[in-house]
Design a protein around this ligand. Sequence first.
Ligand SMILES: NC(=O)c1ccc[n+]([C@@H]2O[C@H](COP(=O)([O-])OP(=O)(O)OC[C@H]3O[C@@H](n4cnc5c(N)ncnc54)[C@H](OP(=O)(O)O)[C@@H]3O)[C@@H](O)[C@H]2O)c1
Length: 289
Amino acid sequence: MTDQVTVLGLGPMGSALARALLDAGHPTTVWNRTPAKAESLASLGASVAPTAADAIDAAPLIVACLRDTTAVRTVLEPSMDRLAGKTVVNLTSTLPRQARDDARWLARTGSRHVDGAILTPTPTIGTAHALVLYAGDEAAYRSHQPVLAALGPGRFVGTEPGAASSLDTALLDLFWSSVGGLIHALALASAEGITPRDVAALAPLMLQVLPDMAARFAERVEAGHHPGDRSTITSAAANLDHVIELAAQHGLDQGALTALRDAARQAIAAGRGDDGLSHLVEVVATPGT
Ligand SMILES: NC(=O)c1ccc[n+]([C@@H]2O[C@H](COP(=O)([O-])OP(=O)(O)OC[C@H]3O[C@@H](n4cnc5c(N)ncnc54)[C@H](OP(=O)(O)O)[C@@H]3O)[C@@H](O)[C@H]2O)c1
């Protein structure tokens, strides 16, 4: 198997991918809709293709890293008849259903499809600090893994084409909910006349419980057993009421907090108030019950 590779899309992430491939010594062809973005990569040894079709012809492994699924289709569709026998590794962020649609669509072209989700930012690419999830055609992934390894550590998470995207999206749910919590906490502190610096100084105390909590919740959810040995849902609901009340006093949004408090109240009404917080995963996972 040749280690020739093509990168379609040279935004910040596509450029980082191309640089890592070049650094690892892989012959790399690049293409971007706006050609100027290829110039710095040409000086690093990349072959710059004048069209996407030429880029696709240049290698058996096509790495796509574009804005979204629509951009991927816009770029690949005119070259459908050139894709047979190729492997398309789509590192563009997708929804799980889009990854499944891509898999069906690419199967019709006679190409092999691997959907990837990049979990780490551009500076990590090509280092041991990167992490890329892959899903889909496992044989295609394994055969190109020696080249893909140049991007940094990778993890194959399943042959279901949406698997990488599903896991990525769940982790993004955690990330954005946490960012939202940070923003809301700073706003609440500011309304109370507390400096952002004072919040930041103690924030790690709160945040450091989360990694252990994630592991414990995962174990308890898988076992279906939620002991209230550390804290109970009833206690959490009372605590959430305090935060909600103070937010309301200052006219701040209470949406995310109220959603969690309401899940706790639902569990209490169902007689599960003495359970541990991990039981709320089951409550949130089955809305309307
Ligand atoms: N940046 C990160 O840290 C990071 C981390 C994880 C995942 N990702 C994912 O990686 C993907 C690429 O991200 P990015 O940071 O490189 O920047 P981006 O702004 O999301 O994507 C820019 C690229 O998409 C191309 N593009 C957009 N619309 C197009 C169209 N209709 N036809 C052809 N090309 C089109 C741009 O071409 P032009 O240059 O011509 O505009 C450029 O190559 C995204 O899906 C993003 O979610 C990024």
